[in-house]
Design a protein around this ligand. Structure first.
Ligand code: CDT
Length: 743
C-alpha cells in the first residue's frame, strides 16, 4: 500500500533590501494559498524567507542588523505568525527558514518544521555549514556572504523526525502494515529496533538542512542513517559572484549562472540518490536590489536521483510532486543497504580530520617512483590498524603522517616517532593531527599506539604496565626513526609512565633524541619568554600527579622521580630544580566533572562512561556524543580551560601575574588551535595592553624540539659549512613553527 505525501517547494523571487516585511509576508501567504489549491500537504519556503538575504551586506549598525532577525517564537511573533496561522488554517505543514535571534543572545540561520494539525513546531534545525567569511572582501565590487560573521554554527545536529497525520486513509502508517513484506527483503539488513532497513513503515521520516549544507555529503548520510525519506532544503545561492566562488572576474556571467544551477541540482540529485531519499529544495532567487543574481532551480528529486518537479521561472512559484515513499525501498534494500555494505572501519577520517592531509609525495625523477612511507596514512590509520591489532595484539600500530603543504620532495626525511603509551588510537590520531600543520616539509611523523598497554592510565600500576609495553613496542620501531617524542597527555600516573619511558628509551637508544612532550612544552614556554609557566591539566588527579612530579624534581621524594634529571621538568638540568622553579602552578580544568575524555580525534568530544579503570579493566571506551551534545560539551570544555587559565594568570602575591605562559598539559578534546584562540580572546582582556601569552601545545613543542636536535646532531656529525647552513635553516624553521604557538 502506498505511503504518499504531496510536497511543494515554494520558490520566492526577488526580495530587495528595501522591501517591507508585510509585502514579503503577503507573497508567502499567496504561495501557501496556491499550494492549498494543489492539495499540498508539506510546503517548503526558502532559507531566510522573511527578508532579503542580508548576509551579503556588511552591517555594522546593531539595530539595523537586529531588524533582519526573528526574535522570540517565530511561529507566534508578530512579524512572522501570519504564515504559520495561515498554514494551520489551510492544513499545510510548512518548513520555513529564518534568521534566528536565540534568547541566550546567539544568532543562527535556522528553519522550523511546523505541523499544521497540532499547531506546533515539530522540529528545528540550525544551519551547520556556514559559508563565506567573517570580513568582507576588500574589493568593493565583490559580492559578500558574511554568514560566518552573523551566525553561529548550528548546534542541533542533523536530526531526522517523523511527521504524523500526513498519510491519508488507506495509506500504510503502521509497522504491522508491512509485516508480510519483510520476506521480500530477506537480504536487507536488520536495524537495532528489529525493523528491516529499507522496509520503511510508519509516519514519514523528514530531515532538514539549509543551503550550503546540501553541498556536503555528511549531512545527507547522517540523515540517511536515520532512514530519512524526504529531505527539505531552502537556499539562497548566488549565480555570477566570482569572489564568492573563487572564479575569475572575467568569467562569463551566464555560464557562471548555469554552473551554479547545475551544481545545485547535482547536489540534490546525487546525495538524494546515494541516501535513497526524496529531496525538496526551495530557492530565494531573482535579481535582488537590481544587482545580486540568485539562482532559481527549486526542485523535487526522487530516491533514484531523478528530478520529478522543478521551477520554470525566476519568480514566486509553487512546485509540486507526490512522493511515494515506498520508492525509497529499492535503494535501501539493495545498493544503499547501509547495514550490509557500509565499511565504517575505513571512514575514520571523515570525523577525525577536517582539512586535507595529502599522501606523501613520490620521489620525482626518471619515471620510477619511490614511496617515502608506506601509505598507511594519518588519522584513521591508527584506528583502523588498532582494529586489526585486536586480532593480532602483539603488532604495534603505526600512523604515518606528512605535512599537507610539502614544497619539495625530500629525499631523506627526518622520521619522528610519536609514542602514545596507551592502546587508545583516537588519542594518537588527535596528537598527530595537532602536530601536522607545524611540520616542515622534510619531516615525517609517525604515531605509535601500543595495543598491549592499558587503554588509559589511572594508577601507578597502569603507568608501569604502560611504560613496559610501550618500551618494547617503541624499541621495535626506533631503528626506523631519527627521534622519539613520548606523549604524556593522559591523567594521573601517565607522567610517571612518560618519565620512565623517556629515561629507558634514552638508555636504550643512545644518541637518538628522546623527549617528553610535557618537558618540551615547558621548555618552549620558557624559550618564548615565560618566566613563570602555568600548567593546565585535565583534572585534579592529573594536578596531583604533576605536583607530585614537581616535588620529585625538587626533592626527589616522589616515588617516580629519583632526582637524577628524569623528571618531566628536569630536561637538561641535572636534578630538575631549575625546571621546577619555573613552574608557577598547576591548575585543573575539571574536565573530569564534565566527564570528557581526551581521545576525541582532535575535535571530537567523548564522554567517559566509566572512569573506574583499573589495570585489568579493558573497558569498551567512551560513549560518543551526538553533535549538539558534543558542541555543548566543547563549549563547556573551553569555558573551563579559560577559567583555569584565568586562575593561573591572575595576579599573584608578588607584582604581576602568577603565570606568564601556559602549557596545555593534556590533549584537549577540542583542537589546540581553538583552545589557544579562546584563551587569547577570553583570558587576556583589553586592560592587558600588548601583553602576549604563550600557550604551548606540548606535542607540537616536543616534535619541534626533536627536529632541531636531529638537525643539530647531523651538523655535529658532518661538521661541514653546508651543515651549518642547514642548522641555521633548521633553527629558523623551528623558530617559525614555535612562533605559531604564541597568542
Ligand atoms: N546561503 C548559502 O549557503 N549559499 C551558499 C553560497 C555559496 S558561498 C561560496 C551556497 O552554498 O549555495
Amino acid at each position: 500500500m502506498a505511503r504518499t505525501v504531496r510536497v511543494a517547494a515554494l520558490q520566492m523571487g526577488t526580495t530587495n533590501i528595501w522591501d517591507e516585511r508585510p509585502h514579503t509576508l503577503e507573497r508567502m501567504l499567496r504561495l501557501l494559498q496556491l499550494a492549498a489549491e494543489e492539495k499540498v500537504q508539506v510546503a517548503l519556503f526558502p532559507e531566510i524567507a522573511f527578508t532579503t538575504f542580508f548576509p551579503r551586506y556588511y552591517i555594522t549598525d546593531e539595530a539595523r542588523l537586529a531588524a533582519f532577525f526573528e526574535h522570540g517564537d517565530v511561529a507566534t511573533a508578530p512579524d512572522t505568525r501570519a504564515v504559520f496561522d495561515r498554514a494551520r488554517d489551510l492544513g499545510i505543514d510548512i518548513c520555513v527558514g529564518f534568521a534566528e535571534a536565540a534568547p541566550e543572545g546567539d544568532r543562527f540561520n535556522s528553519c522550523v518544521y511546523y505541523h499544521a494539525a497540532s499547531g506546533q513546531v515539530l522540529a528545528k534545525y540550525r544551519k551547520i555549514h556556514l559559508p563565506g567569511d567573517v570580513e568582507p572582501f576588500p574589493d568593493p565590487d565583490a559580492v559578500n556572504q558574511l554568514e560566518k560573521r552573523y551566525f553561529k554554527p548550528g548546534d542541533l545536529g542533523f536530526e531526522a523526525f517523523r511527521v504524523p497525520d500526513l498519510l491519508r486513509e488507506g495509506d500504510d502508517a503502521t509497522a504491522a502494515g508491512h509485516a508480510g513484506d519483510q520476506a521480500c527483503d530477506s537480504q536487507a539488513s536488520g536495524t537495532p529496533n528489529g525493523a528491516v532497513q529499507g522496509n520503511v513503515t510508519g509516519d514519514p521520516i523528514f530531515g532538514m538542512m539549509i543551503c550550503n549544507d546540501r553541498r556536503w555529503s555528511e549531512p545527507w548520510r547522517v540523515l540517511g542513517l536515520q532512514g530519512v525519506e524526504i529531505v527539505l532544503c531552502g537556499y539562497n545561492t548566488a549565480g555570477f559572484a566570482p569572489h564568492l566562488w573563487g572564479a575569475s572576474k572575467d568569467a562569463d556571467p551566464e555560464e557562471a549562472n548555469r554552473l551554479s544551477l547545475f551544481q545545485h541540482k547535482l547536489c540534490m540529485q546525487a546525495h538524494g540518490y546515494t541516501n535513497a531519499t526524496f529531496s525538496v529544495s526551495a530557492a530565494r532567487c531573482g535579481l535582488d536590489d537590481g544587482k545580486y543574481i540568485m539562482i532559481a532551480g527549486s526542485c523535487i528529486t526522487d530516491p533514484e536521483g531523478r528530478i520529478i518537479a522543478e521551477s520554470k521561472t525566476m519568480g514566486d512559484e509553487v512546485i509540486v510532486a507526490d512522493c511515494d515513499l515506498d520508492m525509497c525501498r529499492p535503494g535501501r534494500t539493495r545498493t544503499f543497504d547501509f547495514g550490509r555494505h557500509r565499511r565504517v572501519e575505513h571512514y575514520g577520517r571523515i570525523v577525525q580530520q577536517t582539512g586535507v592531509v595529502e599522501p606523501p609525495l613520490l620521489t620525482p625523477g626518471t619515471g620510477s617512483v619511490t614511496k617515502l612511507k608506506p601509505a598507511t596514512v594519518a588519522a584513521t590509520a591508527a584506528a583502523e590498524a588498532t582494529l586489526l591489532a585486536n586480532d593480532a595484539p602483539t603488532e604495534p600500530v603505526e600512523a604515518a603522517v606528512v605535512p599537507s603543504t610539502t614544497p619539495a620532495p625530500p629525499t631523506n626525511p627526518i622520521q619522528i616517532l610519536l609514542l602514545n603509551p596507551t592502546k587508545d588510537p583516537t588519542l594518537t590520531t588527535a596528537l598527530v593531527s595537532a602536530a601536522i600543520p607545524t611540520l616542515p616539509a622534510d619531516v615525517s611523523l609517525t604515531g605509535l599506539t601500543v595495543p598491549t598497554a592499558p587503554p588509559a592510565i589511572f594508577s601507578r600500576a597502569d603507568a608501569l604496565l604502560a611504560a613496559a609495553a610501550s618500551l618494547s613496542a617503541a624499541l621495535d620501531s626506533t631503528a626506523a626513526h631519527d627521534a622519539l617524542v613520548v606523549a604524556s597527555p593522559l591523567p594521573g600516573g601517565n607522567v610517571a609512565a612518560a618519565d620512565l619511558l623517556v629515561a629507558a628509551l634514552r638508555e636504550q637508544c643512545p644518541g637518538k633524541p628522546v623527549v617528553s612532550a610535557l618537558a618540551a612544552g615547558v621548555a618552549a614556554a620558557r624559550a618564548l619568554g615565560g618566566e613563570r609557566v602555568g600548567l593546565l591539566v585535565e583534572d585534579v588527579g592529573a594536578k596531583a600527579a604533576l605536583e607530585d612530579a614537581l616535588l620529585g624534581a625538587c626533592g626527589g621524594s616522589s616515588p617516580f622521580h629519583c632526582g637524577g634529571g628524569i623528571g618531566v621538568f628536569g630536561g637538561a638540568m641535572p636534578c630538575g630544580h631549575a625546571g621546577a622553579a619555573a613552574i608557577a602552578g598547576v591548575e585543573s580544568c575539571g574536565l573530569d566533572e564534565l566527564r570528557v575524555g581526551a581521545g576525541g580525534g582532535g575535535g571530537g568530544v567523548e564522554v567517559e562512561a566509566e572512569r573506574e579503570h583499573s589495570l585489568a579493566d579493558d573497558h569498551d571506551g567512551p560513549k560518543r556524543l551526538s553533535t549538539p551534545e558534543a558542541d555543548a560539551v566543547a563549549d563547556k570544555v573551553l569555558d573551563r580551560i579559560c577559567a583555569a587559565a584565568r586562575v593561573l594568570v591572575a595576579d599573584g602575591p608578588k607584582k604581576g601575574p602568577r603565570a606568564d605562559a601556559l602549557v596545555l598539559g593534556f590533549c584537549a578534546p577540542v583542537p589546540a588551535a581553538k583552545v589557544r584562540a579562546e584563551v587569547a580572546a577570553r583570558v587576556l582582556r583589553c586592560g592587558d595592553g600588548g601583553r602576549k601569552l604563550p600557550v604551548v601545545d606540548p606535542v607540537v613543542a616536543g616534535v619541534q624540539q626533536v627536529i632541531g636536535l636531529v638537525r643539530m646532531a647531523g651538523r655535529m656529525a658532518g661538521a661541514t659549512a653546508a651543515g651549518g647552513e642547514e642548522a641555521a635553516a633548521a633553527a629558523a624553521a623551528v623558530g617559525e613553527a614555535t612562533a605559531g604557538l604564541v597568542v
